[in-house]
Ligand binder design. Structure first.
Ligand code: NAP
Ligand code: G4F
Length: 324
């Protein structure tokens, strides 16, 4: 039985990855940090199958202990302060978790189990003010937020540990990926949740930022398969994971609202509060390397993704309405 250690297991990607690894008969260890109220929403259905270890990305001792207890074959470092907008008001906390946290995790692995395979959750935010389109593995980085800057550090420290210590360390440069488990503050879920609430008469407007931004949006369930595939190769390497399609936030609004027979223009209000100090205008990934070398492919396209998210939000809110 293979053993995997996942940080960020209570988040969107961590929960899908844990499901995938449990299906593959892995023993799954999950690092959870202390929160004032328990936060198991995404993993409630598999909670009993996970070996929980208390730890925090900012606390090297706890990570060393996590690696010692789990003796992992594979480590997936998904934990981070992952919301770009929060990285301006909290630049130092973001750097501590999203940048230095990666070194903490790499050090824990290097000290206790250097032959473990390591996955780092890198991001298309590293391309920021893009210098070429589509973006691929060797496109230079130009981050546009404290989050993006932190992810560039996390990416290069992972490459550096691979080259310095011969560790099997991979960096997955994942473009935006979403699901019904996405946090409510991210634009896709903010929209699908609002659409469901408006349809059910629980809300009457939706305040948004820049509708012209373009993103390459995929489904998280497809993307965690790529993470696993990266750690099954003969050699460690870095891969772009994307759909190869880009859409504006406005297109997202159109698909989501029209799915419930509403016109987004009747409900959306532009609010400067949601416009960022520096924007990433366009992301579009070229994932041909992953397709050829990993044999990776996606199953869910943009329209399927958005409608799936609206449907799930409607279902969840209807259940809540019935219960109260
Ligand atoms: P998410 O839903 O925000 O999950 C983040 C996870 O990190 C949560 O489990 C959170 O725990 C945990 N965490 C945060 N700070 C921590 C700390 N100090 N110590 C331990 N755990 C901590 O993020 P996601 O969308 O699943 O993304 C997973 C990773 O991929 C992140 O590193 C993100 O930056 C990166 N990424 C995401 C995307 C995307 O489009 N989703 C694209 C590229 C890269 P709590 O539950 O306690 O908050
Ligand atoms: O959904 P978002 O907050 O995601 P963003 O900033 O692209 O970051 C996500 O993807 C990255 C990969 O590229 C990850 F690394 C990162 O962890 C995260 O998962 O915003 C998407 C776009 C932005 O251009 C934003 O300005 O939507 C625009 N937007 C317009 N109105 C809004 C809103 N975003 C949010 N969150 N809320 C709005 O009201």
């Amino acid at each position: 039985m293979k053993r995997a250690l996942i940080t960020g297991i209570t988040g969107q990607d961590g929960s899908y990855l844990a499901e995938l690894l449990l299906e593959k008969d892995y023993k799954v260890y999950g690092v959870r940090r202390r929160t004032s109220t328990p936060n198991y929403d995404n993993v409630e259905h598999i909670k009993e199958q996970i070996e929980w270890i208390d730890g925090d990305l900012g606390d090297l001792a706890s990570l060393i202990e996590a690696v010692r207890i789990s003796q992992p074959d594979e480590v997936y470092n998904l934990a981070a302060q992952s919301f770009v907008a929060t990285s301006w008001p909290q630049p130092i906390a973001t750097a501590q978790m999203t940048a230095l946290g990666v070194t903490n995790m790499l050090e824990a692995v290097r000290i206790i189990k250097p032959d473990a395979r390591f996955y780092q959750a890198s991001s298309s935010e590293m391309y920021g003010k893009v210098v070429e389109t589509p973006q691929k593995e060797n496109t230079p980085f130009y981050p546009r937020s404290p989050y993006g800057v932190s992810k560039v550090y996390g990416h290069w420290i992972t490459v550096n540990y691979r080259e310095s210590f011969n560790m099997f360390a991979c960096s997955g440069i994942l473009f935006n990926h979403e699901s019904p488990r996405r946090g409510l503050e991210f634009v896709t879920r903010k929209v699908t949740n609002a659409v469901a609430r408006i349809k059910l008469g629980l809300q009457d407007e939706l305040r948004m930022g820049n509708l012209d931004a373009k993103r390459d949006w995929g489904f998280a369930g497809d993307y965690v398969k790529a993470m696993w595939l990266m750690l099954q190769q003969d050699q460690p390497d870095d891969y772009v994971i994307s759909t190869g399609e880009t859409h504006t936030v406005e297109e997202l609004l159109e698909i989501a609202f029209s799915y419930v027979d509403l016109n987004w223009k009747d409900f959306v209000v532009i609010d400067q509060k949601f416009v960022r100090p520096a924007e990433v205008d366009l992301l579009l990934g070229d994932c041909s390397k992953a397709k050829v070398k990993l044999g990776w492919n996606l199953e869910v396209d943009f329209k399927m993704l958005v409608t799936m998210m609206v449907e799930e939000d409607l279902k969840r809110l209807k259940v809540i309405q019935v219960t109260i």
